[in-house]
Design a protein around this ligand. Structure first.
Ligand SMILES: [Zn+2]
Length: 267
């Protein structure tokens, strides 16, 4: 395999209308595999349709931790920029359960204490636990999003015994990232790493065989203010090679093996 992006949002309104040119640029940059992550049932369905017509796109179905409690957020009058109709946590869980066999991985899912107020954390965690259980039962890896709730996510995953995990765009302390790596989990580094101190330290100090690449496009691009896209994983590859003092081909081989190990595919 070539370069990969374990966390993209190709169905995002900013990208979806130009997805063919975005995929063409990704191919030209050497990207062969893009995991497009769904946020809620309608987005999961869009990811599913895209993956059917574009073989380099691998479908990941999830329920974003804010979408997991969207109805409750509306009821509490919490301000949040929504671009999909709100569904209940149970509807979101049911969609993933019904389609999990088609999923390359389950994601993105997790706990978010940045947007979601504390009174809703218990319900958010109930939904997260149910989604982790579905993934584990189907033997699918999990792609985790967490903000301000990193330690709790690790506690839940430990308790449930989940081991096939990628932590996307980890924003917690680097010491916690090391504990996560000790569990055998993976951490994916976004394309803005070069201008981001914590991602740089993670690249320098985490086990090299547990590092993956992602974009989180359209967010977190290497150039502030510009839409991100999967082709930009090549900038993270170049930066990682620099930091590790390894040729790019060696970093690509190493990270491809990590990808293959986590997702159960041939490198
Ligand atoms: Zn995301």
């Amino acid at each position: 395999m070539g370069l990969f992006d374990v966390h993209a949002h190709l169905t995002h309104p900013k990208l979806v209308d130009r997805v063919d040119e975005i995929l063409a640029r990704a191919s030209a940059a050497g990207v062969t595999t893009i995991l497009s992550n769904g946020l809620n049932p309608s987005d999961n369905e869009a990811v599913r349709q895209l993956a059917r017509r574009a073989p380099m796109v691998k479908p990941c179905f999830g329920l974003y931790p804010v979408d997991a409690v969207m109805l409750e957020m509306e009821r509490l009058g919490v301000d949040y920029p929504r671009d999909a109709p709100a569904v209940s946590g149970d509807e979101g869980i049911a969609w993933v359960r019904d389609h999990v066999e088609e999923a390359f991985a389950v994601g993105e899912i997790g706990l978010d204490g940045y947007w979601v107020p504390e009174p809703l954390w218990a319900e958010q965690e109930r939904v997260f636990r149910a989604l982790v259980a579905i993934a584990m039962e189907a033997d699918k890896p999990i792609i985790v999003h967490t903000r301000k709730r990193e330690r709790r996510v690790l506690e839940v995953l430990d308790e449930l015994g989940a081991t096939k995990v990628d932590w996307h765009c980890f924003g917690g302390k680097v010491t916690l990232a090391r504990q996560i790596a000790e569990r055998g989990h993976y951490l994916s580094i976004p394309a803005n790493a070069r201008r981001h101190e914590a991602f740089t330290r993670m690249l320098q100090t985490l086990p090299r065989d547990q590092i993956l690449f992602e974009t989180d496009c359209p967010y977190l691009g290497p150039v502030p203010g510009e839409d991100n896209e999967p082709a930009n994983v090549k900038t993270t590859l170049a930066y990682t090679a620099e930091l590790w003092g390894e040729p790019e081909e060696a970093v690509l081989a190493r990270t491809s093996e990590s990808f293959a190990r986590l997702f159960g595919v041939a490198p």
